[in-house]
Design a protein around this ligand. Structure first.
Ligand code: ADP
Ligand code: ADP
Ligand code: ZN
Length: 216
């Protein structure tokens, strides 16, 4: 199954993608995480992406699409993939469609994770992440003992772009550039809305239910 997880910053895309990836055994592809990995390794792509990410702006479409194209052409995506945080603009969605068409593939489902802006702010300001493996936690809702990553043992940190003024820009960018994708995919007929105000586990169950996968 080729899946897209759509939703505002902090909606829970990454968290749900991690759960779905384990259940469906298909890779979780987060463009944000690919950028952060490049920033950590100080690559040319990382330096470029950081100039946008640190301000809460979107990285240009051409750069982002190329990364996704390279990633979904890898062998582990043959049985499907979960896109988290991509596409984020109509132009990205159109380019993705062309790329998939060229290899006889398509997007099967788009899960739109619906959340209010106020909830998002609480989630992002208390989000903590692993600077080594990228695992995501929350100070209240998904804590880690002594703020140590359960997967790799590194000390967890706040993301540089999870600061109030950058969060505001990211939410604005979401409403302006990404939210129109809801209509875009609704027209294509493969969109489903899932609310995620409830706990992480319940939200994942809502998504599985919407995908017709409950009980797996
Ligand atoms: P996104 O990838 O959409 O930006 P994340 O998956 O990183 O969102 O989630 C944002 C923050 O909210 C993280 O700290 C995560 O642990 C927490 N979180 C995710 N889903 C829920 C939920 N259903 N209830 C409470 N907290 C959640
Ligand atoms: P969140 O969902 O919490 O906003 P992400 O990890 O998905 O975080 O993205 C972090 C940042 O990386 C975004 O604010 C943006 O600057 C950049 N980014 C990620 N994905 C894209 C994309 N598809 N197009 C443009 N920029 C992106
Ligand atoms: Zn880790």
């Amino acid at each position: 199954m080729n899946l897209i997880l759509l939703g505002a910053p902090g909606a829970g895309k990454g968290t749900q993608a991690t759960g779905l990836s384990a259940i469906l055994k298909i890779p979780h592809i987060s463009t944000g995480e690919i950028f952060r990995d490049n920033i950590r390794r100080n690559t040319e792509l990382g330096k470029l992406a950081d100039t946008y990410i640190s301000k809460g702006e979107l990285v240009p479409d051409e750069v982002t699409v190329q990364i996704v194209k390279d990633r979904i052409e890898q062998a582990d995506c043959e049985n499907g993939f979960i896109l988290d945080g991509f596409p984020r603009t109509i132009a990205q969605a159109e380019m993705l469609e062309e790329i998939l068409n060229a290899s006889g593939r398509k997007i099967d489902r788009v899960v739109n994770i619906v959340i209010d802006d106020e909830v998002v702010i609480n989630r992002l300001s208390k989000r903590i992440v692993c600077p080594v493996c990228g695992e995501t936690y929350h100070l209240e809702f998904n804590p880690a003992e002594d703020n140590i990553c359960k997967k790799c043992g590194a000390q967890l940190v706040h993301r540089e772009d999870d600061k109030p003024d950058v969060i505001r820009n990211r939410i604005a960018a979401y409403h302006k550039k990404t939210e129109p994708l809801v209509e875009f995919y609704r027209h294509k007929g493969n969109l489903m809305n899932v609310r995620s105000e409830n706990s992480i586990e319940e939200s994942l169950q809502n998504t599985l239910y919407a995908l017709g996968l409950k009980g797996i």
